[in-house]
Write a protein of this length. Structure first.
Length: 221
């Protein structure tokens, strides 16, 4: 399963890339609004350069014609730009059009299996089910991912399931077990994936015991 970072922060992207854990990035207008002191074009251009893979950038138009205009502008910024289009009727028209122009689309704000199927039929490269926001209203976000996986496998849709609105490591484990193609994670969830209390406890014990071997702290040097 690929791991994307869900962020507008160039610092988080650089740290994640240094860890060797970032296959791509997703952004949205809310994440971009948190970046201060830089205009939108500069922020997006920096992210595209720093990311060793696809970067989803969202249109803010809601009508088909303007979605296409914004999509073409987004795509001018980099070969790794993926256009994020919301799941609406105009969005589906835009997805079909962009597919013909060979511009990859991530269809966002997916909350039902049938929305995912329509996006895949229209030609989206990615669908983004928002699991955390479903959990927030007492639904089961990961069950939606299972449903989409079954539908895409039944009909051999070549569309990536990108698990979004991830809130914790359990979402990531379940995404991998279901066979989702990508999970996009906030930076704090990415770092939590490396942690376990028994790992920290074990490391502390080894370091304490090493002091018995070498009280002066020397190690083969
Ligand atoms: C996905 O691409 C979205 O940017 C994101 O995952 C939304 O997550 P949220 O529900 O935490 O805002």
């Amino acid at each position: 399963m690929k791991i994307f970072l869900d962020t507008g922060s160039i610092e988080e992207i650089r740290q994640g890339v240094d860890m060797g854990l970032v296959d791509g990035v997703t952004t949205n207008p809310t994440l971009i609004s948190k970046v201060k002191g830089k205009d939108f074009k500069t922020v997006v251009s920096e992210i595209l350069k720093a990311t060793p893979g696809p970067v989803s950038i969202e249109v803010v138009a809601v009508d088909y014609e303007n979605m296409i205009k914004q999509a073409l502008k987004i795509r001018e910024l980099g070969e790794n730009a993926v256009v994020k289009i919301p799941m609406t009727v105009d969005g589906l028209k835009a997805i079909r059009d962009l597919k013909q122009r060979k511009i990859p689309v991530n269809c966002t704000l997916i909350f039902s299996p049938i929305q995912a199927m329509l996006a895949a039929k229209a030609g989206a490269s990615y669908v983004s089910p928002f699991v955390g926001r479903l959990d927030d209203i007492s639904e089961d976000g990961m069950f939606l991912v299972e449903q989409i996986r079954s539908i895409f496998d039944n009909y051999d849709f070549q569309c990536n399931i990108l698990v979004a609105s991830v809130r914790n490591p359990v979402h990531v484990v379940r995404a991998a077990m279901i066979g989702a193609d990508v999970a996009t994670l906030p930076f704090d969830v990415l770092t939590k994936l490396t942690e376990h209390p028994k790992t920290a406890e074990g490391l502390n014990r080894f370091l304490e015991d090493w002091k018995k071997v070498s009280p002066e702290g020397k190690f083969l040097l």
